[in-house]
Design a protein around this ligand. Structure first.
Ligand code: URA
Length: 237
């Protein structure tokens, strides 16, 4: 197997970043630095180290979705010991990690894997995978505000690409509105910033779909493995 593939499929990093690390001299095979990404590896006998740490032999790939509750951080470890999404998947191999992130207070579908290539492909902006959210926001939005969100608004991290926005319902007293929002970018706190930009701060935010993959009835805090059909469908998007 090619060196870069061996390292990427062990879940450490995506193939592209592994390649860069190999070229930068961060990889040894049987103790010797190897600068050739395509260097052949005998999976049975060669010992490979990545940035000084042994690379475990091939692990089986795992793909799952978690229904992230509000109040836990999307990180592999928190130095202040706060609850993290890893606590909710603690019974699975610790080679898995979240694909992308949801804010502390955002709920809903969060994928995990130990497949670096899968994570890389899913997160790459060129794939433009729609992420769909339910947003509960303050006040009643004018048609003008919805049009602005659809066209794109200016937020601290730039101008947002056109978004798909559907108004679902406005409370009787007009104090809050529920909307469905689909975006394919991943700017920092994007949905919250978009609604703030039009004067309607988000009260609650839940991601319900990534590409064709729906959260469905998965309970808050629970996870389930993806089927191989679901994994292929995500990659074909
Ligand atoms: N947009 C946000 O504002 N927060 C998230 O967690 C995801 C998208």
């Amino acid at each position: 197997m090619r060196l870069e593939k061996y390292i990427a499929t062990s879940g450490i990093a995506s193939r592209r970043s592994v390649k860069k690390s190999i070229l930068a001299g961060a990889v040894t095979v049987n103790g010797e630095p190897v600068l050739v990404p395509g260097h052949p590896i005998d999976v049975e006998t060669d010992s490979v180290a990545f940035k000084g740490k042994p690379v475990e032999p091939l692990t089986e790939h795992i793909y799952l979705m978690l229904n992230k509750p509000a109040g836990c951080i999307t990180t592999r470890s928190d130095e202040r010991g706060r609850p993290t999404v890893m606590d909710l998947v603690a019974d699975l191999p610790d080679t898995i990690y979240p694909v992308g992130r949801l804010d502390l207070e955002t709920e809903g579908i969060l994928l995990f894997t130990n497949d670096g290539d899968f994570a890389y492909r899913l997160l790459h902006p060129s794939h433009e995978i729609d992420k769909t959210y339910l947003a509960w926001v303050q006040g009643s939005l004018s048609d003008g505000a919805i049009q602005r969100l659809r066209r794109g608004v200016t937020i601290p991290s730039g101008t947002t690409a056109p978004a798909k926005i559907t108004r679902l319902k406005t409370s009787k007293n007009g104090k809050s509105t529920q909307l469905k929002v689909a975006i394919h970018e991943g700017k920092k706190r994007q949905v919250r910033m978009m609604f703030k930009a039009v004067g309607h701060p988000v009260i609650r935010l839940k991601r319900i779909q990534i590409g064709t993959l729906k959260l469905g009835r998965l309970a808050s805090g629970a996870y389930r493995l993806l089927t191989s059909e679901e994994v292929s469908a995500l990659l074909m998007l």
